[in-house]
Design a protein around this ligand. Sequence first.
Ligand SMILES: C[S@@+](CC[C@H](N)C(=O)[O-])C[C@H]1O[C@@H](n2cnc3c(N)ncnc32)[C@H](O)[C@@H]1O
Length: 284
Amino acid sequence: MPRSSTPRLTARNADRHDLYQRSVQLPEQEIRLLDKVFKAHTGRRPLHLREDFCGTALLCAQWAKSHPERTAIGLDTHRPTLEWGRTHNLSAVGVAAARVTLLEQDVLVPTRRKVEVIGAYNYSYQVFHERELLLRYFRAAHRSLTSDGLFVLDAIGGSEATCARVERRRVAGGWTYIWEQERYDAVNANFVCHISFEFPDGTALRRSFTYDWRHYSLPELRDILLDAGFASVDAYWEGTDASGRYGSGRYRRVSQAENECVWNAYLVARKGPPLPGSRDALRG
Ligand SMILES: C[S@@+](CC[C@H](N)C(=O)[O-])C[C@H]1O[C@@H](n2cnc3c(N)ncnc32)[C@H](O)[C@@H]1O
């Protein structure tokens, strides 16, 4: 029997950024939603994206690859992670990489070049523990958008999202992804979370990533976005697949939703006035 040339993944040969990307990132899903909501808002396809807290800039790279006129700006304060992204993700998309600009920059500082869409994913804005700081960030995002621009961010909630818990998930690549909410402080909504990875040979990368976050509810986020100057805020909820048990990866606008144990949603904030017939669904 010929032996596979790919070595078995263990803690010794695994790369934490690669594991992270393949465990939690869904750039195709993000691009599909950005296309859908921007087209509904403006009637045209979005071309210019900014990815906040971009980390390894996987979304920037895939965005640029998805259309020859598309550009992306990625913002992150951690230089080694940006470098990893340049080496592994930008180099993988050929000429499209020339349309991606990665800036080692705090998202609190507006970018001069205006973009049509800003995406902020994996709940990274929760790094801002103070409401004032989150407001400052949302204002900076507002200023960085074109007059018809959209700001899209994801949110997490549900009864189990706000308590200590551990979630384990087998990933197709052959490792187990572990999301650990170490503690949740009910007074300040502070929560400390870690990502670990376990491998079939019994080795593990423990607490490869740690986040010290404040949890924000959807109504809080909506209010802060409106205070920052956005004209309206819509919530998008994930549908279920044919079995009814799993998420379909397809999102639709909702005005209310059941507080399941754990849910993920997107908020879409519009800078310009809403289209006739469109309304602020969260207020609705
Ligand atoms: C959870 S990772 C998100 C990576 C990627 N965007 C995703 O969707 O998975 C959070 C990233 O935010 C960056 N970060 C934290 N505070 C930041 C700030 N104030 N401005 C820019 N980047 C920041 C960190 O360096 C880290 O790479």
